[in-house]
Write a protein that binds this ligand. Structure first.
Ligand code: SF4
Ligand code: MSK
Length: 647
């Protein structure tokens, strides 16, 4: 990728980001964009994955002249070990997030959940039945306690495979069993990864990579899936909701608070607390016209999906949000939070408040979030932000105009409802549209931004190309925010660009062609949706049969690697916008990009631009359509809602 200094308009697609990158330059501030330029010649050994510092005989790096480390490890072993450690990092992040939510559910069930409760009884009872927990005639609390204890077992199970694996199609379970990748407890998988990759343990690259798949499955069909299930029970299953995206959502005259990170417990409470009469009065007394709460990254997605709270931006906009000069406070918890935030904030009045005891940053003020008094903690944080309003310097403020309307909130439940109605909620209309060729297939576009490429450009160009070609696009994480910022996440806008078949289906059932399904933990919802398609029938009996592909165009996080691995091990091909750090081993590359197909029916692919990725997606979808015998021209008539009900 090009490393020459770029103009602001070459750094990002949206005008808000461009304007604020320009402002940062004018004010002499460093951002990830300028720091990327100073990281010239990023380490070639790191990129290839051939640097090992697992023991202190090293660090060793593999070159043609020194093909083995001091201990004798070759490139294949070193690259595979480094890869497994990345997968484990990603799995740990999603799963620890989920663990906190499970513990909160347990507290709620035991009667000491602070201001939290069971918001979605239907989700609780449905989940209990999925796990064969008796729910009829029992209180919510009793059911929730059994479910929370079962979920805690998903982390600690020593010898039993995860119970959540049973939510996958039967055939997929059999494949995992055959390939010996049925994960045990999440904690055990991650600890075993660390053990296997320490000096002198597992040296067979294939054995190491199979454990990478197994660990990732503990994420996708364990930690992450449990995280989404418990979030829905505690905070409500998302339903379609209108909101807005990009930095133009900040208020000129309101106190602006941005929440950034991942865990929904605090942000959900903040979303409630901003409407508290005491808070409104407090803001008015400070001379503000209320409080604007907005989100960044996946915290944004969590409160967008459930409360319609506007989205300030995605990953690479976290510093830019502060550079507006209009943010009183940025409240952060865990994951994807840049350590540079306090440095940028020092140029303004913005206070950075960290809230998780496992995630502190020098220069940030720490206010431990007390879940036992969530509402009180949330109000204390908001009041502190209001106190800071008087310190805003109008001379430093620039809030970009860019702001687009969006619709989010497409949980699997919501999609089912949209497709079939309350009483006949079902994926049948979607399966029929795929079988008839009106919809060519489904592509999940997920993941982050990365200063290595122009923010959102690849993601949005690919999305456009796919909907034009009648592909239904599912989105999560910062990739979903990219579509929101572009104004393509409403039923009215993107539908104009959708191909005729997709357009017809979307108009008939009233869904947009690009569906926002949540945060990065919610990638498990994409697998849930694919499983629903299998269970509905007519498109094969396994996830590897369904015309579905995953793409991570601008990914940057270890979490994306774990997600990619659990998609592939689940039978869903994954296209990456740029490769893993594995190119130093042809064998590891071959195993992940080719051999995995034979093991799981799917593999990784790398496409360095949106055009190539779109072509690859269509080829992969058509390959599956061909195998299913449905790759023929579409019929004209589509059943409308009335026809379907009459069926
Ligand atoms: Fe070098 Fe082997 Fe130690 Fe790695 S484990 S640092 S390759 S000696
Ligand atoms: S926040 S992991 S930058 S999607 Fe989930 Fe965005 Fe990627 Fe973080």
């Amino acid at each position: 990728m090009d490393k020459a200094p770029k103009k602001p308009e070459d750094r990002a697609e949206d005008s808000a980001s461009v304007e604020l990158i320009q402002k940062a330059q004018t004010e002499g501030l460093c951002t990830c964009f300028s720091r990327y330029d100073t990281q010239e010649n990023q380490c070639g050994f790191g990129k290839k994955g051939v640097c090992c510092k697992i023991c202190h005989m090293g660090p060793c790096r593999i070159t043609p002249k020194s093909p083995r480390g001091v201990c004798g490890a070759d490139a294949d072993t070193i690259v595979a070990r480094n890869f497994l450690r990345e997968v484990s990092g990603g799995t740990a992040a999603h799963s620890d997030h989920a663990r906190h939510l499970v513990l909160l559910l347990k507290n709620v069930a035991e009667g000491h959940g602070g201001g939290y409760g069971i918001k979605d009884e239907r989700a609780l009872r449905y989940s209990a039945r999925l796990y064969k927990i008796e729910e009829a005639g029992r209180t919510n609390e009793a059911v929730a306690l059994d479910l929370a204890n079962l979920f805690l077992g998903e982390f600690t199970s020593q010898e039993e495979p995860l119970k959540t694996l049973h939510l996958a199609p039967v055939k997929r379970m059999a494949i995992w069993e055959k390939q010996n990748v049925m994960p045990l407890g999440v904690d055990r998988m991650v600890v075993e990864s660390m053990h296997r990759t320490t000096m002198g343990v597992d040296h067979d690259y294939k054995n190491i990579l199979m454990h990478a798949y197994r660990t990732a499955l503990a994420d996708g069909w364990g930690g992450a899936r449990v995280g989404s299930i418990v979030s829905d029970i505690l905070f409500g299953t998302p339903t379609p909701v209108r909101s807005a995206a990009n930095l133009g959502v900040l208020g000129e005259k309101t106190v602006n608070i941005i929440v950034h990170g991942h865990e929904p417990a605090l942000s959900d409470m903040l979303a409630v607390a901003i409407n508290d009469p005491e808070i409104k009065a407090y803001a008015a007394a400070a001379g503000a016209e209320g409080v604007t709460l907005a989100g960044l990254c996946c915290t944004a997605n969590e409160i967008l999906m459930r409360h319609g709270i506007p989205v300030a931006g995605n990953f690479l906009q976290q510093e830019l949000a502060i550079i507006t000069g209009a943010v009183e406070m940025m409240v952060v918890d865990v994951q994807c939070v840049m350590p540079s935030l306090p440095d940028v904030a020092a140029a303004y009045h913005t206070e950075i408040v960290s809230t998780s005891d496992i995630a502190k940053t020098i220069g940030a003020n720490h206010m431990s979030f007390d879940e036992h008094d969530g509402f009180g903690s949330a109000k204390a944080i908001i009041k502190r932000a209001i106190n800071n309003f008087k310190n805003r310097d109008p001379n430093k403020v620039y809030i970009p105009k860019a702001k687009e309307q969006m619709v989010a909130g497409f949980s699997v439940d919501a999609i089912k409802y949209m497709l079939g109605g309350t009483f006949r909620g079902s994926f049948r209309p979607l399966n029929d549209a795929i079988i008839q060729g009106r919809i060519r297939g489904v592509v999940g576009i997920v993941g982050c931004n990365n200063p290595k490429s122009k923010t959102d450009e690849y993601t949005n160009a690919l999305t456009t190309e796919l909907i034009k070609n009648n592909v239904l696009v599912l989105k999560t994480g910062c990739s979903a925010i990219a579509s929101g910022k572009r104004g393509w996440m409403t039923p009215e806008t993107a539908i104009q660009f959708a191909g005729p078949g997709l357009k017809e289906v979307c108009e008939t059932v009233g869904i947009p062609p690009i569906l926002h399904m949540g945060s990065c933990v919610d990638n498990s919802r994409l697998l849930e949706a694919a499983t629903e398609i299998v269970l509905e029938g007519g498109l094969g009996d396994d996830l590897a049969a369904v015309p579905v592909v995953g793409v991570a165009p601008e990914w940057m996080s270890e979490k994306a690697i774990a997600i990619g691995c659990y998609f592939v091990a689940s039978g869903v091909d994954v296209i990456l916008g740029h490769p893993f750090y594995i190119e130093g081993s042809a064998k590891v590359t071959g195993f992940l990009n080719e051999d995995s197909k034979g093991l799981f029916g799917a593999s990784f692919h790398v496409c360095d631009n949106a055009g190539k990725a779109a072509a690859k997606c269509l080829a992969l979808l058509d390959e599956r359509r061909e195998k299913l015998g449905i790759n023929k021209k579409a019929e004209r008539k589509l059943l409308d809602m009335k026809d379907r009900r009459a069926h």
